[in-house]
Design a protein. Structure first.
Length: 248
């Protein structure tokens, strides 16, 4: 395959990965606390073997270098459920225990397990600022959370939610749909300025119309690139055919 074909193929590969990202965004359009992602691209410069060419340094391939997280907050809606909590602002997270380690989420749809422990809807343990689980006694019927994250019942204060922030939230790695984990060089920091709203649930920040428009653009770009590959293949076949006839 000539350079044109390789370059077009690298473009198609990058578009395919972006399509996967868009499809995942659309699939989680109604997932509470979900944050959208998009691909980051750059060009990859390759020196061609023909050192006599004036354009030997001009062959560039498309390369996706990672994903960027859209951390803008999603819309919040009132649910009337006392255990539905939403964080105000876009750079703070609830701390939970999941998969053997501390993870972080914006999805505040909490509930109680059969032991009275406060958990997320996928079963992750909600942590207090002391790093411990939060338990509600069977005889306690009132569940209140203040703006500062203090959890209390009719019997008094139980704990305070662990709400954290990061210097570089873009470096967080997604785990599943709504959980994030920090890299080894990142440390979760307390967020005393965070505000918690009770009875509200933050939705996904995905705009379905925008994502569908992106998907159409990717499909068109993919087809245009395929047309380039087809034309290049036709050109090569015609060239081979001409040289074959001349050599006969």
């Amino acid at each position: 395959m000539e350079n044109t074909g390789y370059i077009a193929l690298s473009r198609q590969t990058a578009l395919w990965r972006r399509m996967d990202t868009i499809a995942n965004n659309l699939a989680n359009m109604n997932t509470s606390g979900f944050r959208g992602q998009d691909m980051m691209f750059t060009d990859y410069l390759v020196r061609t073997p023909n050192t006599d060419s004036a354009f030997r340094d001009q062959v560039r391939f498309v390369q996706d270098i990672g994903q960027v997280n859209d951390l803008t907050p999603g819309p919040q809606k009132s649910t009337g459920n006392a255990m539905d909590l939403a964080l105000q602002g876009d750079d703070t997270f609830f701390a939970v225990e999941a998969f053997g380690g501390e993870k972080y989420t914006r999805s505040g749809g909490f509930t109680l397990d059969d032991q009275g422990k406060l958990v997320t809807r996928d079963g992750s343990t909600v942590l207090s600022d002391a790093g411990t689980p939060i338990f509600i006694a069977p005889n306690e019927s009132r569940f209140n959370v203040s703006e500062s994250g203090t959890v209390s019942t009719e019997n008094g204060v139980i704990a305070k939610l662990k709400v954290v922030r990061f210097d570089n939230p873009q470096a967080l790695r997604r785990v599943g749909s709504t959980l994030w984990e920090a890299n080894t060089d990142q440390t979760a920091q307390p967020a005393p300025e965070a505000r918690v709203a009770q009875g509200l649930l933050e939705g996904s920040n995905i705009n379905g119309v925008v994502e569908m428009t992106r998907m159409i653009d990717v499909q068109r770009s993919y087809q245009q690139t395929q047309n380039i590959i087809d034309r290049e293949d036709e050109r090569i076949r015609k060239t081979i055919d001409i040289w074959t006839r001349r050599s006969v």
